[in-house]
Design a protein around this ligand. Structure first.
Ligand code: F6R
Length: 365
């Protein structure tokens, strides 16, 4: 039931304060200053012996894997590789014995992801699932895993399942990090920030009216560019995917610095560039990329940080998300991009919940 919302997608976007809370429920342990993921069926000694991780999925789940790569490498210092499930299943990837494989799937029924799971198990790797649908094929066949607990997602475009996946990636990185590099105090600090996450998501949703106005202004654009750096680069890809899926506007995502390697040829007066440029270690770098776009008269919509006015001088529109640590920002930055895609599609009269040519779960190859 959509309740008072015009579409399931909007309802699901608004459910995110609860769905991220549910992804963490019972999984934060302040006594041990770490995250607990009992469903992995692995002892700390098992986790300690992991030398490499492969994260695998399709579409939105693949973007969550890319964020996971960044988080696990930075918090746990374990080398991570992301792979599209459709590629992994046919790629003869050389893997060591101590490689742990995760497949990520909202539905737990995606044919390519299931095939990647089976191929990985065939090679003798412990293969874990990160799924939303309880009792789905991937959940049943994997050697353990983590449920998202996001509740049913009816809108074809993934929204709350994505932020749940990102939340679980943070939990996983914290757990792996605490075994290796993170101190008790560092673990506690991450936990304290995660406790604040549902409130930060609620606060971010208050940007809805501003994003809706921006959407109205740019809805007629023929194409969009999305850019970000580090863990926000996959968020740019996800922002572009959301817009393509439900509004049918051509959109592509890039690491911000790739602009000068070709993308900038697309910049013109009618092509908006959406930059994810929170206040972080690469903020100044993003600003110079924004300036390159402005110098070519490209409209810029920037996702910045509350209290940071610097972007006002360079961007046409500035959407400010709450200040947060690097492992939380991608979750918050996703929300205005979901809303932007939603409001543009609604403005264009598209069938938001059932976009053309798409199915909620892709059970054929
Ligand atoms: C994007 C979208 C798809 C799915 C992909 C994987 O909005 O819905 O890209 O993310 O088909 O689906 P699951 O997660 O069910 O394996």
């Amino acid at each position: 039931d959509k309740g008072t919302y015009p579409h399931y997608m909007l309802k699901e976007i608004y459910e995110q304060p609860n769905s991220v809370r549910d992804a963490m429920r019972g999984r934060l342990s302040p006594e041990e200053a770490t995250a607990k993921l009992g469903g992995l069926n692995m002892t700390n000694a098992d986790l300690r012996s992991v030398e490499r991780i492969i994260l695998c999925g399709c579409g939105t789940a693949f973007h969550a894997a890319m964020v996971g790569e960044y988080l696990i490498e930075s918090l746990a210092h374990i080398p991570v590789e992301c792979e599209f499930a459709s590629e992994l299943r046919y790629r003869n990837l050389p893997t060591d014995r101590d490689t742990l494989v995760f497949v990520i799937s909202q539905s737990g029924e995606t044919a390519d992801t299931l095939a990647a799971l089976r191929e990985s198990q065939r090679k003798g790797h412990r293969t874990l699932g990160i799924c939303n649908s309880v009792g789905s094929t991937i959940a049943r066949e994997s050697d353990g895993g983590v449920y998202m607990h996001a509740g049913p997602e009816i809108g074809v475009a993934a929204t709350k399942s994505f932020t749940s996946q990102l939340t679980i990636m943070t939990l996983l990185a914290t757990l792996l990090g605490r075994i290796r590099y993170l101190s008790y105090a560092e673990g506690l600090e991450i936990l304290a920030n995660l406790e604040r996450l549902p409130a930060l998501v609620s606060q971010t949703l208050e940007l809805d009216a501003q994003v809706a106005a921006i959407a109205k202004k740019y809805a007629k654009a023929p194409n969009f560019l999305f850019m970000g750096r580090q863990a926000n680069y996959p968020i740019a890809l996800e922002g572009a995917l959301k817009l393509k899926e439900i509004s049918y506007i051509a959109a592509s995502g890039y690491p911000s610095a790739e602009l000068k390697h070709g993308v900038i040829a697309l910049v013109n007066e009618v092509t908006p560039s959406v930059f994810i440029a929170p206040r972080d270690a690469v903020f100044e770098k993003n600003v110079s990329n924004i300036e390159e776009v402005k110098a070519r008269k490209g409209p810029v919509i920037a996702i910045g940080t509350e209290g940071n006015d610097h972007l006002d001088k360079v961007a046409d529109e500035v959407i400010r998300i709450p200040q947060s640590p690097d492992y939380i920002t991608p979750i918050l930055a996703s929300i205005p991009l979901q809303l932007l895609a939603y409001h543009i599609a609604a403005e264009l009269g598209c069938d938001v919940d059932k976009p053309r040519n798409l199915a909620k779960s892709v059970t054929v190859e």
